[in-house]
Design a protein around this ligand. Structure first.
Ligand code: PLP
Length: 429
């Protein structure tokens, strides 16, 4: 089957609302390259949206999955429990920042983890309001659509949305006039205090580096001040580390870069080598506030996914993938900075570790929110990369950010070739 005939079968069978970035169909994938069914090789700077950090068929993961699938595929942890679930919770409790007693619960997807973190925070505080931020992305279920900022394509005509969700201003140095982290935190705190009321806030929920919203890195100080304030008003500070977690930014969790110890952390994407698994981890007294039976789901913490997660964590430790993410930054950042110096339409290079981005704008044009976004040039750049066999993704509220999320195991020469393709594509615009 070639990609052309699969596309025809797809349009007759698959709902149109589910899109794909490229039109080629995958035959195999390792860690850094994907081979499609037409025999073409792609350099992978997407990692299935920051999922396959250890690669698409990491040996330890494959072996652990094979072994587990032959023993049992499912019993439901709520019916007949098994060790893998407990072991993943132990691993999460020790890896997530915070020198305190922790508990975890497992789910299937990132959105489900975020929903449960909100449930837990509301239950533990007895308060209703959830504070989220401009440009936030937390998922596509009903509650998480409400938490997500961007209308198109995530929310458009899918309402009405869940209530008691309040949006606060974000720290976005390129677009907030370069406010310091402290000033941006004060602005957000003022908005929450006056518009929500401190006694109503159950949770302050934020991505330490925003993912789908544009790889927005808040100014230093913003996150620690917000976390300390949330705690001071008796609210739960939730770090959504679904995209930033598991070595992606050069640390196990991005909160650690500013020594933030969140009350709760949500995880998914990179944690299980491509199998669907998600978690909520946090302070024992908050997690354990919920009554027995209040949390769960048929598949949450599936044994095969748990085996994959344990093998993923071992692989991350063995290969020191946090250091690998830092090496990716050391190799890629100078190359991206060089491009930004050459092309005035690159307004900014930003990110941490192997979570890097270029923001594309119209030179010499400033709108109400800073440099005028150029989504057309962004799309053209992505398209040129795809035509040359480099799989990159765009993101951002204004669809004007090109993001790099290679697998953390990408060989340096593959990374190098990918960056060369990106440079050529930029030169050809
Ligand atoms: C991807 C993502 C989610 C949603 O995860 P799903 O598994 O797609 O439901 C939530 N939060 C962040 C920060 C994400 O990047």
């Amino acid at each position: 089957m070639d990609s052309g005939s699969l596309a025809a079968r797809r349009s007759a069978a698959v709902a149109r609302g589910v899109g794909s970035v490229i039109s080629s169909y995958v035959d195999s994938a390792s860690g850094g390259t994907i081979v499609d069914v037409d025999g073409r090789e792609w350099i992978d700077f997407a990692a299935g949206i920051a999922v396959t950090s250890v690669g698409n068929a990491a040996p330890r993961v494959v072996e652990a999955v094979r072994e587990q699938v032959g023993r049992f595929t499912h019993t439901c942890f709520m019916v007949a429990p098994y060790e893998g679930y407990v072991a993943v919770c132990e691993a999460l409790n020790s890896l997530v920042p915070g020198d305190f007693d922790k508990r975890s619960a497992l789910f299937n997807s990132g959105a489900e983890a975020v929903e449960n973190a909100v449930k837990i925070a509301r239950h533990a505080t007895g308060r209703p309001a959830v504070v989220v931020f401009e440009h936030a992305y937390h998922g596509r279920t009903n509650l998480t659509m409400a938490l997500t900022a961007k209308n198109m394509p995530y929310k458009h005509r899918f309402g009405p949305f869940a209530g008691e969700v309040y949006r606060a201003p974000m720290s976005y140095p390129l677009r907030d006039g370069g406010l310091s982290g402290s000033a941006a935190a004060a602005r957000a705190i003022d908005a929450i205090t006056t518009q929500v009321g401190v006694d109503n806030v159950a949770a302050v929920l934020i991505e330490p580096i925003q993912g789908e919203g544009g790889f927005v890195v808040p100014a230093p100080g913003f996150l620690p001040e917000l976390a300390a304030w949330a705690r001071s008003i008796g609210a739960v500070y939730i770090a959504d580390e679904i995209q930033t977690g598991f070595c992606r930014t050069g640390a196990w969790f991005a909160s650690a870069h500013e020594s933030v110890e969140p009350d709760l952390v949500t995880t998914a994407k990179g944690m299980a080598g491509g199998l669907p698994l998600a978690g909520v981890t946090g302070r024992a007294e908050i997690m354990d506030a919920v009554h027995v039976g209040g949390l769960g789901g048929t598949y949450g913490g599936n044994p095969v996914a748990c085996a994959a997660a344990l093998a993923t964590v071992e692989t991350m430790r063995e290969l020191d993938l946090c250091a690998a993410a830092q090496r990716i930054a050391a190799l890629a950042l100078p190359r991206l900075t060089e491009l930004a110096a050459r092309y005035p339409w690159i307004a900014e290079v930003r990110g941490r570790g192997a979570m890097l981005a270029l923001e594309v704008t119209h030179p010499d044009s400033v709108g109400p929110n800073g440099p005028t976004p150029d989504p057309a040039r962004t799309a053209a750049l992505a398209k040129a990369c795809h035509e040359a066999g480099l799989l990159v993704l765009s993101c951002g509220t204004y669809a004007n950010v090109i993001r790099l999320l290679p697998p953390l195991v990408i060989p340096p020469d593959t990374l190098d070739r990918g960056l060369a393709v990106l440079a050529e594509a930029a030169a050809g615009l």
